[in-house]
Design a protein around this ligand. Structure first.
Ligand code: SF4
Length: 118
């Protein structure tokens, strides 16, 4: 007799497709996600994982996920943990430079307005 799914049974309900359904690393073992150990940085151990990422159709989504959720370990979207940390640091610095520039422009505008009204 066929099983009738319960309406709240997550195992039988259809779910929306997720980017990870198309991951080239699907089914990979924990070795795929190397973590630096014994003085060897993860970036050195990550060559095989990065090669897989190069041919992965969901690389951009994977990297976006890792950056958004601050995945600290392993290779995501073709970048190891050090490369992702560097990318986030550069993005933070660029955002800070932009905010500083906008504050300076605002101050200059206020100065110009003040001298125009004096
Ligand atoms: S980009 Fe790399 S880590 Fe991400 S899903 Fe694809 S193969 Fe896996």
């Amino acid at each position: 007799m066929p099983r009738i799914p319960h309406p709240n049974d997550r195992r039988t309900l259809p779910r929306a497709r997720h980017w990870s359904d198309h991951a080239a690393c699907a089914g990979a073992t924990a070795d795929f996600f190397p973590v630096g150990k014994r003085g060897v940085p993860a970036s050195v151990l990550a060559g095989d994982a990065k090669a897989t990422c190069q041919r992965c159709p969901v690389r951009a989504a994977c990297l976006t996920h890792a950056l958004t959720f601050r995945e600290d370990y392993g290779v995501w979207g073709g970048l190891d943990e050090d490369e992702r940390a560097d990318l986030l640091l550069r993005a933070r610095r660029a955002a800070e430079r932009q905010r500083r520039k906008e504050r300076e422009q605002q101050k200059e505008k206020e100065k110009a307005d003040a001298s125009a009204s004096a």
